[in-house]
Write a protein that binds this ligand. Sequence first.
Ligand code: F0G
Length: 458
Amino acid sequence: MQLPYCEPYKIKMTEPIRNSTRAEREGWIRDAKYNLFKLHGDQVLIDLLTDSGTGSMSDGQWSALMRGDESYAGARSYYRLKEAIERIFGMPYFLPTHQGRAAENVIFSAMIKEGDILPGNSHFDTTKGHIEFRRAVALDCTIDDAAKTDLEIPFKGEIDVTKLEAAFKKYPKEKIPCCILTVTNNTAGGQPVSMKNIRETAEMCRKYGIPLLLDSARFAQNAYFIKTREKGYENKTIKEIVHEMYTYADIMTISAKKDGVVNMGGFVAMRSEELFRKASQFNIMFEGYLTYGGMSGRDMEALAVGLDENTEFDQLDARIRQVKFLGDLLEEYGIPCQRPSGGHAIFLDAKRILPNLPKEQFIAQTLGIELYLEAGIRGVEIGSILADRDPETRENRYPALELLRLAIPARVYTDNHMRVIAAACKNVFDRRETITSGYKITYEVPIMRHFTIELDKM
Ligand code: F0G
């Protein structure tokens, strides 16, 4: 008999989670103003809000913490991380930051001015926020196929190079500080970008003299998909693929809280010494001195180990298999999701699950609240609340997709948890006809409103 698959690790430490009653959850979500971010962690049974900073570190990472050198300047831990970044990404300069959005803040401070245009593939919300905060424009050039949730294509997160070239032709070079390619494409469903697309994007950028920035939060998952889906890469190691991906990039920002599997950390890295010098002053101003930025020595140690460990095939395989396991169960139950399953999350297609709910009542948020009420499972809305208002007209933006993301933290939950999640989704799906009204906004801020928004029942 062929042995089934098992994870390439065993579990040394556990953390209790507790169930609650529906009546308790109704009170808690009301008190949280129907904003899932405002729930206490203890009010959640299975927390799929994000895979960011929520993964389980390995024994190697925990022991690396003890080696942390907390020298203010020139810490050994900084040089250890620098060595890992140079070896894995081939980037000679880097600035440590406390997380991904801080890396964006530092590099955008050095690069973006009012009125600039930044084309990309579905910029992440903090990226878009940092661009719009500077009165610049995040121009979405994602392939149209990304919005067709039923369509099974291997690289659904790509940038449309024709749309990109149109942008390069339309706007003068001085107005385009860089092109931002996000790997994997989180907003479109954790969908990957092929090496071919990265290469063609880089060629287009070079042709027009525009730098290419890779938003690298889930770079290792992207490399896994290149290995398993793109011809010519099946025999390459993840590290070889990552290395090639970054030969095409001029700059990278990274939230290390995802594929670095650390609880906090990020950095911006680049090839240009001139840009490094320019960005350095902003790192000192916003984050900290050049050799620690937003991280302590021990954080840098844990990240150096995490970057190495999580660019190995087995770790990625275990993680992505688990996401697919959940995706396959949902498919079996007939629940519409973004297909194929993403690298870090499953994205439920809320518009198709609740077709009778008007978009003005926040379809994906409504679905998220229903799933929480059903079983204490917390996902996150990737829909019109997240999309914010148009900075010019102040009208709500209604994106093509209303998704409820169920992000699976690395090495935290077992397949039994996946079964509970799938069953809870099925129960909500089975009573979808009874979900006839959504929510209205009672409080919001102008940028990145989803974190603090307050809602009430219609
Ligand atoms: N870029 C991408 C593609 C991201 O997914 C994130 C964060 C960031 C940048 C910002 O990084 O949170 O460390 O400041 N995504 C998290 C998520 C929050 O839940 O997807 P950060």
